[in-house]
Design a protein around this ligand. Structure first.
Ligand code: PSV
Ligand code: MN
Length: 424
């Protein structure tokens, strides 16, 4: 299904007076508002194809109904989100969950919805039917060369499919590691992984990037072979200029200073991509900004500072993607909330008075530094984000319109109450 333009227009008209009052106030308070709006219009967030269905835990999965049954229906769902907020103009695919032979048809559909293809994701953390070798004890790190070769071939195949879609990056996330002390020779595991990644790297087309995603633990609970940003950076540096680190917010040990990690990776020219989500305990994959909105703001503050220092374009310099899972929410509502939280954090970080902060830092004025950051964080940026969305043709309040139009009910009517999307 698609939302009609007149439905968005009617919704916007109803809210126009209220919005104008709030936006006029925000514009009067923030003289740089036009500059910020033009940045917001450019800024697009990639939606993961695997987050369009109800996620589960190892204890169960409670489907909400109307989930996409095919890659085409996933693209249509992202099209709906993008129609509403005009900030979700990309899709990140996961192979083999999104395997297709109809590249042209899928590309045409994505194009129709204004979507481009962000990073492709390989999957060597699950065994597929008919696969010769198991990944039970790892993939690119495996002690058996035949397993490594199979995993390398899969990654190269994902690149091939990505080329057909017009993507330009591959994200490699490995479940590789060990569950018990003594199970793995860490050095050999690292070397095997490096050699495997080198073969994948050699298969990258000219303009492609390789993102090495790290994760502290899970599914392995003693060691993970790409377990933190240091290990990812080691691989990326050894591989070469097309290799970068990918930061998934949920992949750190508790209380890690992610904003500092981001800052140093940018300094090294090695921050490639982002997976947004939020967490309280581990890799909870919760809605971005739902637990630690101040941390999200601080991360954006470092991202902007680091990108501006290197002249990196905010919108195109890095791969911006969500990686979330929804156990109790409607996935599309959750994704709308995540995108909104990301846009708000980005806007608030753009509002930081950077010159004043630099002076206060130089003077060791800790109190002033905090005041400057928190002044921006406590600014109500909602009307600014809303204005950018309206200028792009989106809905004033995407979530409210989604509910008014009974989108989920219509998807259930069209697809059924028991459909299950591929993914985790
Ligand atoms: C692993 O936890 C991860 O963050 C990786 O990005 C995977 O590709 C994704 O989640 C889906 O399992
Ligand atoms: Mn991830």
């Amino acid at each position: 299904m698609e939302i009609e333009k007149y439905q968005i227009d009617a919704h916007n008209q109803e809210l126009e007076t209220e919005h104008q009052r709030r936006f006029d106030f925000a514009a009067a308070e923030n003289p740089q508002v036009e500059n910020i709006i033009s940045k917001l219009i450019q800024f697009q967030i990639g939606i993961p194809s695997w987050a369009l269905g109800t996620g589960g835990t190892r204890f169960g999965r409670f489907s909400g109904g109307g989930e996409p049954r095919s890659l085409e229906e996933k693209i249509e769902d992202i099209g709906l989100i993008h129609q509403l907020n005009q900030s979700s103009g990309a899709v990140s695919l996961h192979i083999p969950w999104d395997k297709t032979e109809d590249y042209e048809g899928v590309k045409r559909l994505a194009n129709h919805h204004g979507l481009r293809f962000d990073a492709m994701n390989s999957n060597t953390f699950q065994d597929q039917p008919g696969q010769a070798h198991s990944y039970k004890f790892g993939s690119l790190q495996h002690v058996n060369k035949a397993v490594r070769k199979q995993a390398i071939a899969h990654n190269i195949e994902v690149i091939r499919q990505g080329v057909a879609f017009g993507s330009d990056a591959l994200t490699v996330w490995l479940a590789d590691g060990s569950c018990f002390p003594g199970q793995l020779n860490f050095r050999k595991a690292f070397q095997n992984t490096l050699e495997s990644l080198e073969e994948i790297y050699a298969a990258l087309p000219e303009k492609w990037k390789l993102f090495v995603e790290y994760k502290a633990f899970e599914p392995n609970f003693y060691s993970t072979t790409v377990g933190d940003w240091g290990q990812s950076l080691l691989f990326a540096n050894k591989l070469g200029p097309k290799a970068y680190t990918l930061v998934d917010l949920g992949h750190h040990l508790p209380n890690a200073n992610i904003e500092q990690i981001v800052s140093l990776l940018l300094m090294e020219g090695k921050l490639g991509g982002f997976h947004f989500n939020d967490s309280k305990y581990g890799d909870d994959d919760l809605t971005a900004g739902s637990m630690k909105p101040y941390q999200l703001f601080l991360i954006f503050n470092e991202l902007i500072e680091g990108m501006d220092a290197k002249g990196i374009d905010h919108a195109t310099g890095l791969g911006w993607m969500i990686d979330a899972s929804h156990n109790v929410k409607d996935p599309l509502e959750d994704l709308l909330q995540s995108v909104e939280a990301i846009m708000l954090a980005y806007t608030q970080a753009l509002l930081v008075d950077k010159e004043a902060l630099a002076v206060a830092q130089q003077e060791n004025d800790t109190v002033k530094c905090q005041e400057i950051l928190q002044y921006a964080f406590r600014t109500d940026a909602r009307a600014i984000v809303q204005e950018a969305r309206l200028r792009s043709g989106g809905a004033a309040k995407p979530l409210a319109l989604y509910r008014t139009l009974k989108v989920r009910e219509k998807l259930i009517a069209a697809r059924g109450a028991k459909t299950i999307a591929t993914g985790l």
